[in-house]
Design a protein around this ligand. Structure first.
Ligand SMILES: NC(=O)c1ccc[n+]([C@@H]2O[C@H](COP(=O)([O-])OP(=O)(O)OC[C@H]3O[C@@H](n4cnc5c(N)ncnc54)[C@H](OP(=O)(O)O)[C@@H]3O)[C@@H](O)[C@H]2O)c1
Length: 308
């Protein structure tokens, strides 16, 4: 039995609790890992709230939170290639076993060996946030010297997207709240604080002819406010709001298979991508970690460090 953090019914933070569970048994496609670090994502509280029923198919309660982890392989499913017991890895807890736990299951095809020199708390942010950033920038495929607007630049995906875009030679304008300015500017973003009044006139001042592309991490009314600034609507990619298609844009096409994870890890090792893990919490303080993100104003990434 080992400790896990999750919920027995859908609801708000009040339904979260710790419980013990037996080590999950890997299917032929999975690996069992001892978790060293787990990324904290909005997906975790969206699943807890019941807003995404069927996301992992039929899943019994209690459910464990967390979709991405770094760890050490304890057992390998019969069909998993290229991973062995004892490997330090990171990957998607895609099958719903949860990552806020001492042990979990990762999908072998969506799990990679952790390169030498990559910290566990950084590796644990790759499967959801860093690969989303790569996917969004790849999908736009804008030429060097063009300008991309990142709506919601200061959060986990936004700060990674800004760095990937800058690394490709793009000019980056980003929107966010006041606590995001310093970090956004530090990674080369021209920052517009959406709490200081309407954003569109200030964005128009920065890009009088409009922007070449938009990566949206906020959705809803905020997406609709900034979308008209994009010269060609097909260059709008939302990571969060499927109604982006009504504006002529696209939802991000996600890829987080082993090769994608390895690509993001290489960028981190080469010093080209820093996930800006601003806070780590021990498993015992998972509720605080989630509350910080659920409040909607977390700066950078939050990670649960199982070694704390
Ligand atoms: N499709 C996928 O596979 C996938 C993968 C990863 C994430 N996502 C989704 O993408 C979204 C972003 O994820 P994340 O991890 O980056 O979340 P996050 O860390 O919470 O970042 C979202 C950011 O948007 C800012 N924001 C809120 N309202 C805004 C507004 N009106 N204008 C500009 N900025 C605003 C927030 O804080 P401030 O207001 O303080 O600036 C926050 O920094 C979430 O909805 C998540 O579920 C989807």
């Amino acid at each position: 039995m080992s400790e896990a953090f999750g919920f027995r019914t859908f609801g708000g933070p009040e339904v979260q609790e710790f419980f013990d569970r037996p080590d999950p048994v890997p299917s032929p496609a999975e690996v069992l890992v001892r978790v060293t670090a787990a990324g904290v994502n909005p997906l975790d509280f969206k699943l807890r709230s019941g807003a995404l029923p069927g996301f992992y198919g039929e899943r019994p309660f209690p459910q464990v939170m967390g979709a991405e982890a770094a760890g050490v392989v304890l057992a390998v499913g019969s069909e998993v290639e290229g991973l062995a017991v004892g490997d330090a890895v990171f990957g998607m807890a895609y099958t719903g076993a949860g990552a806020y736990a001492r042990t979990t299951l990762l999908l072998g095809s969506h799990t990679a060996r952790k390169p030498e020199g990559l910290r566990d708390d950084w590796a644990a942010t790759i499967p959801v946030a860093a690969t989303s950033a790569l996917d969004a920038v790849d999908q736009l495929d804008l030429p060097e010297g063009t300008t991309v607007l990142i709506n919601g630049v200061g959060g986990g995906v936004g700060i990674a997207t800004a760095q990937v875009a800058r690394d490709r030679g793009l000019n980056v304008i980003g929107t966010g709240g006041p606590t995001k300015r310093a970090l956004a500017e530090a990674v080369g973003v021209t920052f517009v604080d959406y709490t200081e009044g309407p954003v569109v006139p200030r964005l128009r001042d920065l890009a009088p002819d409009g922007v070449d592309g938009l990566v949206d991490l906020v959705g809803g009314a905020s997406l609709r406010t900034v979308a008209p600034l994009v010269r060609e609507p097909k260059y709008i990619v939302s990571v969060t709001d499927g109604t982006v298609t009504e504006l002529g844009g696209e939802m991000v096409r996600r890829r987080a298979a082993r090769a994608d994870l390895e690509r993001a890890a290489a960028l981190m090792v080469e010093g080209r991508l820093d996930p800006h893990v601003v806070r780590t919490y021990p498993l015992a303080r998972s509720a605080e970690a989630l509350a910080l993100l659920e409040d909607g104003h977390a700066v950078g990434k939050i990670v649960i460090d199982m070694t704390e």
